[in-house]
Design a protein around this ligand. Structure first.
Ligand SMILES: [Zn+2]
Ligand SMILES: [Zn+2]
Length: 240
C-alpha cells in the first residue's frame, strides 16, 4: 500500500505490478485510480490558469475517465431499466447476472447498428424476443403437476379430489408403498404417508394435509401457521 499523501503533495505516485497501475494524487482530496492502460502521463486540458497563465494539465487517466464515464453510467442505466433484480446474497450471482445483462445490452446495441432506425426494436421488445427464442431453444419438458403455476393451482383448488391408497407397483416387493407428504415433509425431515391424491399424483397425509393442499394456495405456510397457533394437545382427560 502507498503511504497516505500529504495535502500539499501535487505529484502523482504510481505503483504497479507490471499489468495494473495504481495512480494516487491529490486534487482537493486524495484520488486513487486503478488502470491497466494509463501511467502518470499528463495531458493538456486546453485551459489556462487565469492567474499564472500556465496551461492546465491533468492525468491522461483522469481525462479518459471524464470522457468515457458518461457512457458507463448510461450503460448501467439502460441495464437497470429492464433488470430482473432477484434478491440474492451470493455475490457471484449478482456479478453473473450483471455481466449477462451487459451482454444482452451489447447485443441490442449491435442490433440497432445493423438495421435501419425505423426497423429497430425497442429495448424491451428486443429482450422479449430474445427471451422467447432462448426458451424455444431450451429442452423444457412440461412436468409441473406440483408447482404452483397458473392452471395447475386452479385445478388443485377447485377440481374434485379424493384420497386413495398409493397402489403397489407391479413386480414390486413393497406391499404398502409410501410417499413423502407434499405438505408436511421437509427436506431434512421426511413425513411418509400411504395416501395420495390420484388426480394430483402427490403423497398426502389423509387428514389436514389433504385438506390444506386442496384449499390453500400457500399450503406450506398455512400448515406452519396452524402448528404454531394451535395449542399442544392436552394430555389430561377432559374433566366435567
Ligand atoms: Zn388433488
Ligand atoms: Zn402431511
Amino acid at each position: 500500500m502507498l503511504p497516505k499523501s500529504k495535502k500539499a503533495d501535487t505529484t502523482t505516485s504510481v505503483i504497479t505490478n507490471g499489468t495494473l497501475n495504481l495512480l494516487r494524487f491529490y486534487d482537493k482530496r486524495e484520488v486513487n485510480i486503478l488502470s491497466t492502460a494509463h501511467d502518470d502521463t499528463m495531458v493538456a486540458t486546453g485551459k489556462t490558469n487565469p492567474v499564472t497563465r500556465e496551461p492546465i494539465v491533468k492525468l491522461h487517466a483522469v481525462a479518459d475517465y471524464n470522457k468515457f464515464m458518461g457512457a458507463v453510467d448510461r450503460s448501467d442505466q439502460m441495464v437497470s431499466f429492464n433488470s430482473f433484480r432477484r434478491r440474492t446474497l451470493k455475490w457471484w450471482k449478482k456479478a453473473f447476472f450483471h455481466m449477462f445483462m451487459l451482454a444482452v445490452l451489447n447485443s441490442y446495441l449491435l442490433h440497432k447498428c445493423s438495421v435501419a432506425a425505423a426497423e429497430a426494436l425497442s429495448h424491451r421488445l428486443f429482450r422479449r424476443d430474445l427471451a422467447m427464442q432462448l426458451v424455444a431453444w431450451a429442452p423444457i419438458t412440461m412436468t409441473c403437476t406440483i408447482k404452483d403455476v397458473g392452471d395447475t393451482v386452479i385445478l388443485r383448488l377447485t377440481a374434485r379430489h379424493f384420497p386413495s391408497l398409493i397402489p403397489a407397483k407391479d413386480n414390486s416387493k413393497i406391499k404398502n408403498p409410501q410417499q413423502n407428504c407434499i405438505v408436511c415433509s421437509e427436506p431434512n425431515a421426511r413425513k411418509r404417508t400411504r395416501y395420495q391424491c390420484s388426480s394430483c399424483e402427490v403423497g398426502l397425509c389423509p387428514d389436514q394435509c389433504f385438506e390444506l393442499f386442496h384449499t390453500r394456495k400457500d399450503y406450506r405456510r398455512c400448515l406452519k401457521r396452524k402448528l404454531t397457533e394451535s395449542p399442544a394437545p392436552a394430555d389430561s382427560p377432559i374433566q366435567g
